[in-house]
Design a protein around this ligand. Structure first.
Ligand SMILES: Cc1ncc(COP(=O)(O)O)c(C=O)c1O
Length: 373
């Protein structure tokens, strides 16, 4: 009996090609004995019981519908009010994930005849979102204001600049203040994905835009809660008009079941916890300094002062070999291959955490230095 379902062989052929190129993806079993240098749980909040063990106050923990139907519970609205205060915004709208929030904004806000200019290193959900809109779009060179300006000069219709405050694979920051100045001159709107600064930057973890005091210059700020906040979900912060617009036009908001109570409560708890524990971020900054100062200067490391660190390689094969070496020594570290990062810039991504001990970090650096000797 042929045990393949119709259509499977076609998929198998495509997968075989990917295997040939060395970029084959698979789900790796979590080895609890390895030291975590790979999760985005930068502050360790995902591991804290008082944030995540939430008594079920409601019979209907699940929202059981879209926010526009029966799923609009008072706990969503309470959290949105809280987020507006926390992120200093006139309004906030919760999305089910950062991926959906970016798709939701970028597919609905720019219109046919408009132009979107996005940093070439933007996360795939930004690129996908823009593709779903009917606007024209162009990449500008990473963090290159001259290239952005050249593209702004040619842009038609309403203009949108899209950046991440901190880049997910490089750990560097967008020059946000300069982008605000440029946008003013060309009457462009700015959209900032704060995924990797939420929970870290700013006094209470309110992100880079608030820390720089430019929040009113940004049309939409996207905060995600699955990284330093250790929970799940996302919010778009901006004006009441933006919120009303997204409620009316963002398909990723309209046609999906709202987050359950548990997710909403863990976001709220995590933000409160972070606010009262600034020492976590201080400890993490010390760990970043420790890591960078213990690596030999010749090591090709990322130019990052964020918990996202990395060692750059020139091919998938070298990156995989290096990550296997570190895994065998007990470190949970993952290779990041093309097409997730540009070809020739494959890397081993190293995420530092507040909970990584001094010994773990110096040991890791020692092993990296040894490999390059
Ligand atoms: C820059 C950036 N934006 C958005 C996302 C998506 O966020 P979420 O994991 O909440 O869907 C990610 C996650 O990898 C990211 O790195």
């Amino acid at each position: 009996m042929n045990n393949k379902t119709k259509g499977e062989s076609h998929l198998e052929n495509i997968l075989a090609k990917r295997k040939g190129f060395g970029g084959y993806r698979y789900l790796k079993k979590i080895d609890k004995d390895l030291i975590d240098f790979s999760s985005n749980d930068y502050l360790g909040l995902a591991k804290i019981n008082e944030i995540n063990s939430i008594p079920s106050k409601f019979v209907d923990n699940g929202a059981a519908g879209s926010r526009l139907l029966s799923g609009n519970k008072y706990y969503h609205e309470e959290l949105e009010n809280h987020l507006s205060g926390f992120f200093n915004a006139r309004a906030s709208l919760i999305f089910n994930s950062g991926y959906m929030a970016n798709l939701g904004v970028l597919s609905s806000v720019p219109q046919k005849g408009d132009t979107v200019l996005m940093d070439e290193l933007s996360h795939i959900c930004i690129k996908e979102g823009v593709r779903l809109s009917r606007a024209k779009y162009f990449n500008f060179k990473h963090n290159d204001l001259n290239d952005l300006e050249l593209k702004l000069q040619k842009a038609e219709g309403n203009k949108f600049i899209v950046v991440e405050s901190v880049y997910s694979m490089d750990g560097d920051q967008a020059p946000l203040k300069e982008i605000v100045n440029l946008a003013d001159r060309y009457e462009a709107a700015i959209i900032v994905d704060e995924a990797h600064s939420t929970g870290l930057y700013g006094e209470s973890g309110f992100g880079l835009c608030c820390e720089l005091g430019i929040e009113d210059d940004i049309l939409a700020r996207i905060y995600t809660f699955g990284k330093a906040t250790g929970a799940h979900g996302a919010a778009v912060c901006g004006s009441e008009i933006l919120k009303e617009y997204l409620i009316n036009y963002s398909r990723q908001f309209i046609y999906t079941t709202a987050l359950p109570y548990h997710s909403i409560a863990s976001i709220q708890n995590a933000l409160e916890y972070r606010k009262h524990h600034p020492e976590l971020w201080e400890k993490l900054k010390d760990n970043i300094d420790l890591f960078r100062s213990n690596l030999h200067p010749s090591i090709p490391k990322l130019d990052s002062f964020h918990p996202v660190q990395g060692i750059i390689w020139d091919s998938s094969e070298n990156t995989i070999e290096f990550s296997k070496y570190l895994n065998e020594l007990g470190f949970d570290i993952r290779p990041i291959l093309s097409p997730t990062v540009p070809k020739g810039k494959e890397r081993v991504r190293i995420c530092l955490h507040a909970f990584n001990s001094e010994e773990e970090i110096t040991n890791l650096c020692h092993r990296i230095n040894q490999y390059f000797q």
